[in-house]
Design a protein around this ligand. Structure first.
Ligand code: ZN
Length: 67
């Protein structure tokens, strides 16, 4: 019997700002960058992050992780 929790998790879909595809939030990473001098978090899918996509003003370190 599926739990209510599992059903909720299926609905956690966000749009990758790099490729524009809807992605499960579990397959996304948040990268900190800057937009108009304001610190901001950018959510992208792991595939884009692994491909080298970085937000403007990115100053952190991203360690590639398995998709
Ligand atoms: Zn993407």
């Amino acid at each position: 019997m599926p739990s209510e929790k599992a059903k909720e998790n299926k609905n956690l879909i966000a749009t990758c700002i790099a490729c524009g595809k809807p992605v499960s939030t579990e397959s996304m990473v948040s990268l900190r960058g800057r937009e108009d001098s304001i610190a901001k978090s950018f959510s992208v899918c792991v595939a884009c992050a692994n491909n080298g996509w970085r937000p403007p003003g990115f100053a952190g370190v991203y360690a590639a992780r398995p998709i």
